[in-house]
Design a binder for this molecule. Structure first.
Ligand code: NAD
Length: 496
């Protein structure tokens, strides 16, 4: 174990660390202990950060992109050096088990190097002009000041998915992290400072969504909002941005499914389900919360899944032997409990779990037993709504066609997976599943940072995080025409 030293958290504005009088506690969900106090900033702090970002952005946009990249290479290197330390802090404030925390920090490192590489690409296009002696091209230009609002479930990865493409493209950032997980944001800001990023290019303002998030969304000097979080919050932000004609990128909830066909490798499917349903205690936007199973293999799958669920160790994720960590807070725990009651009332059959765990070491943290419902119908609320906890619903189907229909019957469209060894079904599934991400013979989680991440329908609004596509959120396209004929040439008119 690395010795963790949690510093007093302060806002990072214009390259300076600024204390805020009002604070609230950050609690370790595994133990119930207070880790540190997080600032509760106000609208004035947001205005100060936005004004610093606006000023810094003008200079930053003039730094050649390959030179901007040098800062990100250093950030990646520093994150790599501190990986274990960051991972342990992440587990302490968020609860996810240490192996997953290491994976999340690695995602941030990968993103730093990937986006640094973009500094030497940021490709535009050249294209023939329709007139003689005329040159035509298009290029990406920064949008200006970017407001970033992030959730607690991936406190460092999501921040890097958004802020690294934003800064490589020449924007400045004001970032509001979730109040549950501010330590990761503080540590990332320290790394950006150590990497020598010019003052004001990235600013971090801690505080509540209603105050700080809302102020950021409504600030007229912020040109883009990039948000990840729940649908309710995202809808409100989209409406506010719409009224201001402000660009907004939303990544929201999911109701992801694993399909297990009658020819599937059942043990492999079980491992995929376990990893994607109970990893991060089911608190991932891509978590598997539905298993759509062909009736021919339903009872075998149930038996194998139950046997493996019994082996899951639940507790403080800093212990390497633990497989399932705590739920983020008491409200999360309560919501999961309510959905279990709803499932029972709807007539689903509870096969395992279904309760809050309060024995021994689990007494002081927020633990919920990995839960399995079977004989769930696709119209039940537990099969339609995001629960955000370790609860899986088995939905039996009679055919491939029915499996696809059930998968697509929800209002979300983030991730889906199919286990089959039939190559024809594989290709039909990747075509017909209506989610932004499709896995074959793997669970619903496991995104790699160089591919677009995001969903269709109620999961998003058409934008993508990570991948090259993230640059579309943080850039405008500029078309440039250079006429070297020495005379007036009129498009569409003076063509021969
Ligand atoms: P949340 O919507 O409660 O909060 C997300 C962020 O928005 C927080 O920083 C919060 O403080 C802020 N916020 C809250 N109200 C606001 C307001 N009125 N104005 C501006 N900002 C406001 O979500 P959460 O509970 O932190 O995260 C869980 C949700 O995030 C789940 O629904 C999950 O599916 C989703 N999520 C989606 C993705 C994805 O990429 N699709 C990834 C991770 C999490």
């Amino acid at each position: 174990m690395v010795k963790l030293e949690i510093e007093k958290l302060r806002n990072y504005i214009n390259g300076e660390w600024k204390e805020v009088a009002r604070t609230t506690a950050v609690v370790n969900p595994a133990t119930g202990e207070e880790l540190v106090q997080v600032p509760l900033s106000s609208k004035e702090h947001v205005e100060e950060a936005v004004s610093a970002a606006k000023k810094a952005q003008k200079e930053w946009a003039l730094v050649p992109a390959p030179m901007r990249a040098e800062f990100l290479y250093r950030v990646g290197y520093l994150m790599k050096e501190k990986k274990e330390y960051l991972a342990q802090l992440l587990t302490s404030e968020n609860g996810k088990v240490i192996e997953e925390a290491r994976g999340e920090v690695q995602e941030g490192i990968d993103m730093a190097y990937y986006m640094a590489g973009e500094g030497r690409r940021l490709f535009g296009q050249t294209t023939p002009a329709e007139l003689k002696d005329k040159f035509a091209m298009s290029q990406r230009v920064p949008v200006g000041v970017v407001g970033i609002i992030t959730p607690w479930n991936f406190p460092i990865a999501i921040a890097t998915w958004k802020s690294f493409p934003a800064i490589i493209a020449g924007n400045a950032v004001v970032w509001k992290p979730a109040t549950e997980t501010p330590i990761m944001a503080f540590e990332l800001a320290k790394i950006l400072e150590e990497a020598g990023l010019p003052k004001g290019v990235v600013n971090v303002v801690f505080g509540s969504g209603n105050e700080v998030g809302n102020a950021l969304v409504h600030d007229e000097n912020v040109q883009v909002i990039s948000f990840t979080g729940s649908n309710d919050t995202g809808r409100g932000i989209a409406a506010a941005c719409g009224r201001q004609l402000k660009k907004v990128s939303l990544e929201m909830g999911g109701k992801n499914a694993v399909i297990v066909m009658d020819d599937a490798d059942i043990d492999l499917a079980v491992e995929g389900i376990l990893w994607s349903a109970f990893g991060t205690s089911g608190q991932r936007c891509t978590a598997c919360s539905r298993v759509i199973v062909h009736e021919a293999v339903k009872s075998t799958l149930e038996a194998h899944l139950l046997a493996r669920m019994e082996q899951l160790t639940i507790g403080n994720g800093l212990d390497e032997s633990i497989k399932v960590g705590p739920i983020i807070n008491k409200e999360g725990l309560q919501k999961i409990k309510e959905y279990v009651s709803i499932g029972k009332e709807e007539g689903a059959r509870l096969l395992a779990g279904g309760m809050v765990l309060t024995e021994g070491d689990q007494r002081s943290g927020n633990y919920f037993a990995p839960t399995l419902f079977t004989d769930v119908s696709s119209t039940m609320r537990i099969a339609q709504e995001e629960i955000f906890g370790p609860v899986v619903s088995l939905i039996p189907v009679k055919s491939f066609e029915e499996a696809i229909e059930v998968n697509n019957s929800v209002s979300f469209g983030l991730s889906s997976s199919i286990f089959t060894n039939d190559v024809n079904q594989v290709f039909r599934a990747q075509r017909d599943l209506d989610t932004g991400i499709v896995y074959v013979n793997a669970g619903t989680t496991g995104a790699e940072i160089h591919l677009p991440f995001g969903g269709t329908k109620g999961t998003g609004n058409g934008h993508r995080d990570s991948g090259i596509q993230a640059l579309d959120v943080f850039t405008e396209w500029k078309a440039i025409y250079v006429d070297y004929s020495g005379k007036l040439q009129r498009a569409q008119i003076d063509v021969e």
